[in-house]
Design a binder for this molecule. Structure first.
Ligand code: EPZ
Length: 431
């Protein structure tokens, strides 16, 4: 199994191009099932999650051709409604195909996705939305069976106890675009990734109003046609690299950092007195080298445009070395703190009170062998390793490979002393 060995203390400098957004790409790939005509999706991030979604599309009967240069051509001429548990189990985001299969075939059989370390990950809102559209839904032996033969447009309030649902919104959108009548989705997710999906669906001939707002109105059409679409840059990767510049005191220009996608995050970076400059609408330069002082901040995660839960763990790493008390509260996944005990192994002083991490920042971090547990926690451990004294060995790097394309290569190009090794090369630490 792969590990990352990081020798901390290097300032990172230079420019980096973020890849396509994983959380836009996955529903966009699922959307190619909505038409029997070929679609070309560009800026596909080369991630294990992209590969997992490709396997699912091919299982359904789509032909996926890699055109090179991060472009895929997908043709879903004849497809089947059932998705295998083996594939859904590996990546819960495959739930995104449920809406597309229901929209195209008016039937679907999807294994109930499990949870993951960051939380329960329920899909009750997805089911509620499909039922409102007139679907008959049964569940047995862990499989959700959907009969959408009588689907009609409807008004759907899609908000849940923690606000809007991102993949729930994409599923209901993809079911509604081919459903006769008008569908109103209230409390829809406004994430840039949902806006990107809407843009692609509109290119395919879908009729969607209110893109980017919490009220989406879909007028069903009979058929959708193929299209070409380029996935937006990954705002979470962009934010992660901006934090790399801050935490190492480096000067990094991040291409693909779109200011309007990162409003709440940049506001907190500003509050933390991290100097940065918005160069143009898709590039931001962080000047960790000009930092005079670090200022602790309080963060509460919220659905977009609030502070993104997917950048919470990474920000915690910066706050761990920031003198003072920072409070980081998770309103989306209240136990998304798997990075905390591992940062503790490196000397961070963070305690958890319910859904809030109390960070007593300012300690000097020291390298240690640490265990990645989920995608964003892994990124937080890498960030800490970049600034820690000595060697940090991040294990279970497959978590990182789900959402960061060539992460260690991009970091090495910025001057980090980071290398991917086999875990057999790890020094043996006597526990
Ligand atoms: C998407 O997950 C992202 N994944 C997650 O990114 C991200 O953390 C999350 O949105 C929140 O922004 C993809 O887009 C593939 P939700 P999703 O449905 O859609 C509750 C990463 O690191 N809820 O928006 O599964 C849920 O428990 C990943 O890239 C219900 O109660 O999240 C949570 O508290 C991790 N019932 C909140 O809503 C439902 O039916 C938001 O969940 C659905 C969700």
């Amino acid at each position: 199994m792969d590990v990352l060995r990081i020798r901390g203390g290097k300032k990172l400098n230079g420019t980096v191009q973020v890849s396509g957004a994983k959380n836009a790409c996955l529903p966009i790939l699922a959307a190619t099932l909505l038409t029997d005509e070929p679609c070309i999706v560009r800026n596909v991030p080369l991630l294990s999650d992209s590969t997992a979604m490709r396997k699912i599309l091919e299982h359904q009967g789509a032909v996926v051709e890699d055109l090179g240069g991060n472009a895929w051509k997908i043709c879903a001429k004849n497809i089947i409604p059932a998705t295998p548990y083996e594939l859904v189990r590996k990546m819960r985001a495959s739930i995104c195909v449920m809406g597309a299969l229901t929209g195209r075939l008016k039937t679907a059989e999807i294994p109930y996705p499990g949870g993951c370390v960051i939380g329960q990950r329920p899909i009750d809102l997805h089911i509620k939305g499909l039922k409102k559209l007139g679907c008959e839904i049964t569940q047995d032996a862990g499989v959700i069976r959907i009969d959408g033969s009588a689907m009609r447009g409807a008004y759907i309030f899609l908000g849940g106890r923690n606000g809007s649902t991102v993949t729930g919104t994409s599923n209901i959108l993809m079911a509604a675009v081919l459903t006769p009548g008008t569908t109103q989705i209230d409390c829809a997710a406004c994430e840039p990734e949902i806006q990107d999906l809407c843009e692609m669906l509109i290119k395919m001939g879908a009729k969607i109003k209110g893109v980017g707002s919490p009220k989406l109105t879909v007028t069903g059409v009979k058929k959708l046609h193929g299209c070409e679409h380029s996935v937006i840059p990954d705002r979470i990767e962009a934010g992660t690299f901006l934090l790399c510049g801050a935490i190492t005191g480096g000067d990094i220009t991040v291409h693909g950092a779109v200011r309007e996608h990162l409003g709440a995050f940049l506001d907190k970076l500003n509050e933390a007195k991290v100097p940065f400059e918005v160069i143009d609408e898709t590039s931001i330069r962080v000047r960790g080298d000009l930092m005079k002082t670090f200022v602790p901040v309080d963060i509460v995660t919220f659905p977009h445009p609030g502070f993104p839960t997917d950048l919470q763990a990474q920000f915690s790493a910066l706050m761990a070395i920031t003198p003072g008390i920072s409070l980081i509260t998770e309103r989306i996944y209240p136990n998304r703190f798997m990075h905390v005990p591992e940062l503790g192994r490196m000397g961070a002083s963070i305690s958890i009170e319910g859904a809030t991490a109390i960070v007593k920042g300012g300690t000097k971090l020291s390298g240690a062998p640490v265990m990645a547990s989920d995608l964003r926690a892994s990124a937080a451990l890498v960030l800490a390793g970049l600034v820690a004294d000595g060697e940090t060995w991040v294990q279970r790097v497959y978590h990182l490979d789900r959402g960061y394309e060539g992460f260690e290569k991009k970091l090495a190009r910025l001057g980090a002393d980071i290398v991917r090794l086999d875990d057999s090369q790890m020094p043996r630490y006597d526990d």
